[in-house]
Design a protein around this ligand. Structure first.
Ligand SMILES: Cc1cc2nc3c(=O)[nH]c(=O)nc-3n(C[C@H](O)[C@H](O)[C@H](O)COP(=O)(O)O)c2cc1C
Length: 184
């Protein structure tokens, strides 16, 4: 098969992507939660994560209002919740109340942690890079927490749980837990 020009939406060949839930504190005094699959580790020293947030999302306003967030990694069991959280806005409804999101206090930031996450990063906004319709938020990691036994030296242990890779729209993929090792 040869390489051909792709006329579809440009980002599709970069999907599926790992999805996280971004928790923020908002101007309306509420905690808000939105899924984000445009996320990535940026640097190890200092530890930073980048998340691209659409300027029209309430989360964008929340990050401007209170420059902290928790980055929460959901397991595959929460696929319906993750999708649903991305179809409504915290501007219109209290997502925490509507979806019975279980929150617990974080240790280093005012923004709470999602109690059911596989892993959680407590972060503070280092800077925002404006690009087109989004703000790329560079988040400085202050604390990392993982659910005991679910993360080993190779990453999340996929024989014990699974993660959500976001395809496009309602589609998600699981990761095949068969680990292969590259030659040294
Ligand atoms: C799986 C999934 C991943 C998403 N990833 C992103 C993302 O990386 N950045 C973004 O701005 N919106 C993303 N969205 C859309 C937002 O989650 C959606 O606009 C949400 O309603 C915003 O909520 P808010 O207005 O309460 O902030 C995603 C939606 C889904 C379902």
């Amino acid at each position: 098969m040869s390489l051909v020009n792709y006329e579809g939406v440009f980002y599709r060949p970069l999907h599926p992507r790992p999805t996280i839930l971004l928790v923020t504190l908002c101007p309306n005094g509420k905690v808000n939660v939105m899924p984000a699959s445009w996320n990535m580790p940026i640097s190890e020293e200092p530890p930073t994560i980048g998340v691209s947030v659409y300027k029209g999302a309430y989360t964008y306003q929340c990050l401007k209002h209170h420059p902290e967030a928790t980055v929460n990694v959901p397991s595959h069991e929460y696929v319906d919740l993750v999708y649903a959280l991305g179809t409504v806005s915290g501007r219109d409804i209290d997502k925490v109340a509507r979806f019975n999101i279980r929150l617990t206090p974080s240790e280093t930031v005012k923004v709470p942690t999602w109690a059911d996450a596989v892993a959680v990063y407590e972060t503070v906004v280092d800077r925002e890079v404006e690009v087109g319709e989004v703000g790329l938020f560079v988040l400085r990691v202050l604390r990392v927490k993982v659910r005991e036994g679910l993360v080993d030296r190779w990453g999340i242990n996929l024989n014990k749980t699974n993660i959500l890779l976001h395809g496009v729209g309602r589609s998600f993929y699981l990761v095949n837990p068969r680990r292969i090792m590259a030659r040294q």
